[in-house]
Every structure is written in structure tokens, then in C-alpha cells.
Design a protein around this ligand. Structure first.
Ligand SMILES: NC(=O)c1ccc[n+]([C@@H]2O[C@H](COP(=O)([O-])OP(=O)(O)OC[C@H]3O[C@@H](n4cnc5c(N)ncnc54)[C@H](OP(=O)(O)O)[C@@H]3O)[C@@H](O)[C@H]2O)c1
Length: 313
């Protein structure tokens, strides 16, 4: 299949309908007008972009790669790009940057059409190490720039790491810089010295841990929330949750699609991971229905306001 013309591409008419609805919906929530920022390239699967606080556009839905390695990772990344994903999320600590790079090459896509994210691991914290860590990441991915580079966890010399990232950003080696797993105090501290504001904070966010306070604070600073584990990896029965299942039935959708649509309607960037072609495709088809107020309220009630990954805290 021609990766630039995927068979499951959403039709232009439906794409415009969907993105119009998305733009109006997010405008209602005070988010940037997505309609003005939507991808117009007809070779994408019609995934709306958000405009980050530095003006760079980023797809609101992307592909996660945690836990994928070797050939499975390479093939999954190639499949995801062929299906229409343009945002690919990896990290040094996943140990799969080489495989992600090979998957990108295998897809045959023009690199400029992709939005590639990687993350600085804690071992590379500090000014000098961060610069080395970044070069190593680029080399493994076989790329000459990153679209987004994140401090993976707020450990070690965060100030030194950020300074290195700001310099790489100013040199054009990274199009946007951000953070991950920063709590409110850590974010406030970083903002006290940052010359360049982070564009996103990638944090655990799903129906069981909705992160409303962090989301509101980030929004106040014009920083996007990016959801890691948008399905909570299926923990606590997320894929069979009764509320999500009932809502899914109403729209003839799957619980996974409802979960992703909920993130989208909150204006949150989500990066679901799958190694199954059918799931990879399914997770893209969330722009042709809309959750109503009652659905959003019912999902809001699922919040347990606690991590589903205590082992990582
Ligand atoms: N910054 C951080 O600290 C951090 C931490 C964790 C994750 N992340 C990023 O966030 C991404 C997403 O999180 P995650 O990978 O941990 O978990 P996730 O996306 O919440 O869940 C992945 C799981 O969901 C299953 N799945 C996917 N689509 C499905 C569908 N349509 N129906 C049923 N099951 C489905 C996958 O299985 P199949 O393969 O069988 O489809 C997989 O087991 C990661 O891959 C990574 O890029 C970042």
C-alpha cells in the first residue's frame, strides 16, 4: 500500500465535517481554534493539529511506543504511519529509538510530514549530559532534528537539562521543548527560570486519573496536557468499564474509541500504543462522532484521582 495514500484515509468531506465540529467544540472550552490549525495535507488521516505556545503545530492524536521493541516496534511504527498517524512518541529509556527510526524509514514517508517526540532520561540530566543524550537520540533515530524533546522525569539537574534543551531549540535542532511527569510545584519552579516555556507536560491521564487540577494549571500557562497511557494500559478493567461500554454502544463505537474521543474533547493530546494493526486503525477513527454533555459528565465520574501506575511513582 502507498503510505502516502492510505486506504483508510477519511474522506475530505468527512474530514472537514469532523474538524469543524472539533474546532467549535474546543473553542467552547477556550482552547485554540483547531479549525484554523487543522492539517490540510490530504495524505493524513484527518487528525486535527493543536497550535503550541511557540506556534508549532502538533497532531492531537499520536502513536505511543512504550514496550515495543525490535521488529514488532519497527513494523508497528510503519503500520501506524501508513494508517495515518503523524505523531510518534518514543524515549531513550524505551530502548527502541533505533527500531522507531527504522519504522519511519520503512514507511517511506517524507520526514517533514512527521512529528517525532523523544525524551531525555534521568541518567542524562544536567547541561553537558543532556546535550550528549540528545545527540545519541538523534543518531539512533537517524534524524537530524526532533519535533519535540521532553525532560522525561524531573530528576537530577533539571535546570541544567533545560538550559541545554533551550540552546538546542534556539539552534533549530528541536522544534519544541517540553516536560513530562512534572507536578505543579516542579512546573512552577521550572517556569521561574525558563527562558523558553515548555509547550506540553506529558502526564498520566485517563478516565481513572483525570488530572483536572494539573490540566487547569497547564491551561492557564498555555501549556498542553499530553496524556500518557490514555487507556491506563487497560488497567482496572478500562476496556470493559460499564460506563464506557454503554456509551460506546450508543455510538456504535468501541470503548477504546470513546476513551480517546473523551481526551480529544478535553483538548488533550493522546498517544495510544498498539502492536495490532486493527487497533492501530481503530484508534484513529474518533473524529466522526461526538460525546454529549451527559457522556462527558458520566466519564468525569469515573475519576479515582489516583495513579494506576503506583510502581512508577
Ligand atoms: N512520559 C512517560 O513517563 C510515559 C509513561 C508511559 C507511557 N508513555 C507514552 O504513552 C504511550 C501510551 O501509553 P502506554 O503504551 O503505556 O499505554 P496505553 O496506550 O494506555 O495502552 C496500551 C495498551 O492498550 C492496548 N490497546 C490499544 N488499542 C486498543 C484497542 N483499540 N482495543 C483494545 N486494546 C487496545 C494495547 O494492546 P495491543 O497492542 O494488543 O493493541 C496495549 O496493551 C506509550 O506508548 C509511551 O509512548 C509515556
Amino acid at each position: 500500500m502507498n503510505s502516502e495514500n492510505p486506504k483508510n484515509e477519511i474522506s475530505r468531506r468527512r474530514f472537514l465535517q469532523n474538524t469543524t465540529a472539533a474546532g467549535i467544540y474546543l473553542s467552547m472550552f477556550g482552547m485554540p481554534d483547531l479549525l484554523a490549525n487543522t492539517v490540510t495535507d490530504k495524505n493524513t488521516a484527518g487528525i486535527p493539529d493543536v497550535k503550541l505556545n511557540n506556534g508549532v503545530k502538533m497532531p492531537i492524536l499520536g502513536f505511543g511506543t512504550y514496550g515495543l521493541s525490535g521488529e514488532v516496534c519497527q513494523q508497528s511504527v510503519a503500520d501506524a504511519i501508513t494508517a495515518g498517524y503523524r505523531l510518534i512518541d518514543t524515549a531513550k529509556v524505551y530502548g527502541n529509538e533505533e527500531a522507531v527510526g527504522r519504522g519511519i524509514k520503512q514507511s517511506g514517508i517524507d520526514r517533514k510530514k512527521l512529528f517525532v517526540t523523544s525524551k531525555l532520561w534521568v541518567d542524562d540530566a544536567g547541561y553537558e549530559n543532556a546535550k550528549k543524550g540528545f545527540e545519541e537520540t538523534l543518531r539512533k533515530l537517524q534524524l537530524d532534528y526532533l519535533d519535540l524533546y521532553l525532560i522525561h522525569r524531573p530528576r537530577g539537574d533539571v535546570k541544567g537539562s533545560w538550559k541545554a534543551m533551550e540552546e538546542l531549540y534556539k539552534a533549530g535542532k528541536i522544534k519544541a521543548i517540553g516536560i513530562s511527569n512534572f507536578d505543579q510545584a516542579q512546573l512552577t519552579d521550572l517556569l521561574s527560570y525558563a527562558e523558553v516555556k515548555p509547550v506540553v507536560n506529558q502526564i498520566e491521564t485517563h478516565a481513572y486519573f483525570q488530572q483536572t487540577n494539573d490540566y487547569n494549571l497547564l491551561k492557564k500557562h498555555n501549556i498542553y496536557t499530553e496524556a500518557w497511557a490514555p487507556f491506563a494500559e487497560g488497567r482496572n478493567g478500562l476496556f470493559t468499564n460499564e460506563v464506557l461500554t454503554q456509551i460506546a454502544k450508543k455510538y456504535n463505537k468501541t470503548t477504546a474509541q470513546v476513551a480517546l474521543r473523551w481526551h480529544f474533547q478535553r483538548g488533550i493530546i493522546a498517544i495510544p500504543r498498539s502492536s495490532q494493526k486493527a487497533h492501530i486503525a481503530e484508534n484513529l477513527i474518533i473524529f466522526d462522532f461526538k460525546l454529549d454533555d451527559a457522556d462527558m459528565k458520566a466519564i468525569a465520574k469515573l475519576d479515582l484521582n489516583t495513579t494506576q501506575f503506583p510502581e512508577w511513582s
